[in-house]
Design a protein around this ligand. Structure first.
Ligand SMILES: Cc1cc2nc3c(=O)[nH]c(=O)nc-3n(C[C@H](O)[C@H](O)[C@H](O)COP(=O)(O)OP(=O)(O)OC[C@H]3O[C@@H](n4cnc5c(N)ncnc54)[C@H](O)[C@@H]3O)c2cc1C
Ligand code: SF4
Length: 556
């Protein structure tokens, strides 16, 4: 794809994650069965397939069996099968731990596999290309194209060669317009293009707002024999507080003495100073975790959000000429902490719908409504509908919420008095309303990182290999600068600096006047989307930087 053309295709897929690639594979197969020859294009902002992919990951394999041939399934680069070590552990503040005698509902991993999702995406890309799918990496989709009736007709990639003031440089190139009969949004969590479509077409009308968690992940190399291959440990408790912060940790034992560790924290917390990255570092100092990591070294690190609202937060995921798959639609099971199999399943349903529409020669929303019927007949509905009130119940704390969740298992998900779900940016309190102990006081003495077990944010950026061209309009846009100064900086103390895992936001205080202002280090950004989700007043909009910018994950 060169940057000067308008190009046309039958199907355009935005994002080469597991959802986008699976859609392309399944669609190619279905079109072939119908003897239809159609052009399928995938546009991916990462420099290569997988470079922006970060997941756990424990994978439920069934949907891949439906997607691929037996030979192709056998070729999936899973790391290992989950072993008999599949535990849930409560970490206590006093350094002790208790392993639960039974799995909480949905948390057993029997028959599942451990893997790097980025590696699986690379493999799926080879299968898609072998079917004739064109994959263009290093191109960011910047905006969505509509016709006169507000129907989606394609996308435009990012203009390049513009300085940070918006002045065109000698190397300016306008982005490519990609026009398509059907555009499938597979941008993953908080997709920046699909977000504008959902807003414009009111696809979330009558739904709960989508709410998110942020996962901070590190991949460690350990001394030989330290961790069992295939072992799965999920923790809850320390350093998170039961009612105030929802979330927990994961420790996945991989081959070659590698271990994937991470902490996932709900972004519906109230403390304007709460810092998920530092919380992850403190989590590692609990003796249960530190005894595993001691003597090892970090190979890669990064962060990403995940949509956790469940069934009640899923927008309408089809419209005229368009479909939404995977995390972009919110197909993720919170009690399982798993979205990969649902991304694949949604891809299969979307591909079936798109091939049907191609055959019929009708891509209107009336025809594409078939996608909803297929989703409702699939494991997506079976998994998400009965747990539809679960995440909202957890706002009462893991203990109380856990009891309510148990009752929901008996009622098929029905529940009285479910707390109202608010946007994550609405739950942060400003200093005048926040009366609890702030984060820095709560963890005083634990925020000096030793660079052996615990690390600062700059080290995480370094280990993510994130890079951005500095000659561009900052991709973190402040909607209203006066409000940002008066409210986000003065009343919330720039909570963006605490929430961001990559030190992109810095609070600068002028030595003479004492005036506080923002310094932005956009080049550090990990594309986790936390600030777009959690910034008070919804003050930050994350737009795509140049294609190829961002992290360069390998095994995440
Ligand atoms: C810390 C963490 C742990 C997790 N653990 C598990 C687990 O153990 N098991 C499990 O099943 N699930 C897990 N998940 C969830 C799982 O990773 C997601 O559900 C899954 O990755 C969703 O796939 P996707 O293709 O929809 O999105 P993604 O994997 O995010 O892929 C989206 C792709 O689109 C690209 N893209 C986005 N916007 C644009 C644009 N504008 N232009 C061009 N390209 C774009 C991105 O670069 C990316 O490559 C975890 C998630 C996290 C964050
Ligand atoms: S700037 Fe925003 S998207 Fe980028 S790493 Fe920080 S919180 Fe995440």
């Amino acid at each position: 794809m060169d940057n000067k053309n308008i190009i046309s295709t039958d199907i355009l897929i935005v994002g080469a994650g597991v959802a986008g690639l699976s859609t392309a594979i399944s669609l190619s197969d279905k079109l072939k069965q119908k003897s239809l020859k159609k052009r399928i294009i995938i546009v991916e902002k990462g420099a290569s397939v997988g470079s922006h992919i970060l997941s756990g990951a424990v994978i439920r394999p069934q949907a891949f069996k439906e997607l691929l041939t037996t030979g192709e399934f056998d070729g999936i680069p899973f790391d290992s099968k989950v072993s008999s070590v599949d535990k849930v552990i409560k970490l206590n503040d006093n350094g002790t731990d208790i392993t639960l005698p039974l799995h909480p509902p949905y948390m057993s991993n029997d028959g599942n596999y451990l893997a790097s999702l980025g590696q699986i995406c690379k493999y799926l890309a080879t299968l898609a290309e072998a079917r004739g799918v064109e994959i263009y990496t290093g191109f960011s989709v910047d905006s969505v194209l509509y016709d006169d009736e507000n129907k989606v007709i394609g996308v435009k990639t990012k203009d390049t060669g513009i300085d940070h003031n918006g002045v065109k440089q000698k190397n300016y190139q306008e982005g490519t317009k990609v026009k398509a009969s059907i555009t499938i949004f597979a941008e993953g969590t908080r997709g920046s293009a699909v977000k504008t479509v959902i807003d414009k077409l009111h696809l979330d009308a009558g739904k709960n707002p989508q709410i998110y968690s942020l996962g901070i992940k590190e991949l460690w190399k350990l001394p030989k024999g330290r961790v069992e291959v295939g072992s799965v440990r999920h923790t809850f408790g320390y350093p998170l507080r039961d009612k105030e912060e929802f979330g927990g940790g994961f420790i996945y034992g991989l081959t070659n003495d590698m271990v994937a560790v991470g902490l996932v924290v709900g972004l519906d917390y109230e403390d304007p100073t709460f810092d998920p990255h530092s919380t992850m570092q403190i989590w590692k100092t609990h003796p249960y975790v530190s005894s595993i990591l001691d003597g090892g070294s970090v190979v890669e690190a990064g962060a990403k959000t995940l949509p956790e609202g469940g069934w009640n937060s899923i927008p309408k995921y089809y419209g005229d000429n368009m479909l939404i798959v995977g995390d972009s639609a919110g197909f993720l099971s919170t009690p399982r902490l798993k979205g990969i199999h649902l991304a694949v399943q949604s891809a299969i349903c979307a591909a079936d719908t798109a091939s049907f529409a191609m055959q019929k020669g009708d891509t209107s929303k009336k025809t594409l409504a078939r996608y909803e019927e297929l989703v409702n007949d699939s494991c997506i509905y079976d998994e998400l509908y009965p747990t539809r009130n679960m995440r909202a119940s957890m706002q009462r704390g893991m203990v109380c919420g856990g009891i309510q969740m148990g009752m929901q298992l008996l009622t098929g998900g029905a529940c009285l008095l479910v707390p109202k779900v608010k946007n994550d940016y609405e739950t942060t309190k400003d200093f005048s309303k926040f009366s609890n102990q702030p984060f820095n006081e709560r963890f005083a003495g634990k925020l000096e990182f030793d660079k052996k077990l615990t690390f600062d944010k700059v080290t995480t950026v370094y280990k993510s290999k994130a890079m951005h061209d500095e000659i561009q309009i900052p991709h973190l846009q402040i909607k209203n600068k006066a409000l940002f100064k008066n409210s986000n900086i003065d009343n919330y103390g720039l909570s963006e600096a605490s929430m961001c895992p990559a030190e992109v936001y810095e609070l600068h205080t002028d030595k003479q006047s004492g005036e506080k202002s923002l310094r932005l280090h956009a080049e550090n950004c990990l594309h986790c989307k936390t600030c777009d989700i959690k910034s008070p007043n919804g003050a930050i909009t994350w737009i795509t930087p140049y294609g190829g910018d961002g992290p360069d994950y390998n095994m995440m």
